[in-house]
Design a protein around this ligand. Sequence first.
Ligand code: CA
Length: 411
Amino acid sequence: MIYLSLKGIASKWRKLLSAILVMFLLWNYAIAQTPVPKETTLQNAINALAEAQGEWSAALAEADDALLSKHAAESRDAAKKLSAEAETKAAAGDVTLAMSRYRMAVKVLKEASAKALTAENTTKAAPVVSRLETAMAGSDKFTAEDTLAELEKLIPSDSRMPGFREKVTAMPGPKKIETYDLGGGVKLEMILIRPGSFMMGSDKGEENEKPVHKVKITKPFYMGKFEVTQAQYQAVMGSNPSSFKGEGNLPVETVSWDDCQTFLKKLNEKIPGKDFRLPTEAEWEFACRAGSTTEYCFGDSENNLGEYAWCTSNAGQKTHPVGGKKPNAWGLYDMHGNVWEWCNDYFGDKYYESSPAEDPKGADSGALRVLRGGSCYFKPLSCRSSIRNIYGPTRRYNGYGFRVLCSSSVR
Ligand SMILES: [Ca+2]
């Protein structure tokens, strides 16, 4: 009974102890699972926050430093740039100022030079003015024009110049171009050639072109602007002997020197008082050269001849309408090439050795007449200003034509 009681008691204690044990374990477990008191977590957080704030502030401070440093660098750069710009502007200002001073100096220098030049030119002009006044008094228009041209170079702004210009322009004198009506709408245009001197012949040419010698043409004359055309020949003669016929204003050819004389006789009857005739060789060469001293009226190179002339290199063995190429400096066309042009002179082989210095008219007699200028059948060398061709006065050939000359009644 007691045992049983003890046994029962023991069992109860075991149960009690077991229960206590279980509770103890549960309590321990509970303790283990219980979160850290709130006060502890908050403090940690505060601490952590403080720490973080500390780091943040430090980072901000570093960032500020960096930013300041960057701004400082940028500011330095900007300052440098501004400084450079300012220096550039200042330099530009200096340059502008210097330029302005330079221009001023040049202007002053020019004015001083102009004054000196004007004074010098006025002195030089005095005898020229005297010549001009003499020419005007003597109604010598050509000399008046020449002296006026000299004065235009010397004293263009002189107060007397407007009066001189007006008087010289008003002086009676020949027109630069004269146009004659041959009937049927056919015109004959003549260009005024003023008197002057030139060097006739060529040292580079044939023997009969030598020696080069000075020739003076003392009287003005009119020269046909073109070779005589088939239309003009037809209008005067009522016939056309030319071999090449076709479109355009072709030059008359297949005419002899004698045929030219017949034409001129009829032309003078048609338009009296002008003394139409063939040019002398000297007149022809003077007009062809038009002031040039070279082998051709435009220079020495035959490479440019095609611009002024029809010759073997471009004519295709036939004549071409007159005026199709460039004129010379005095407005005459086809002096080089197209058709040879009969001149009035008898040919003299040695004539140049002893010809008169003024208005030479060719040999006194002979069997041959002279032709000038070359033709569409001839090489450039034979189209030079000084080349001389010769033929009998009755000979006709399809490369031979002519050009007329008439005198100027007004000096
Ligand atoms: Ca010609």
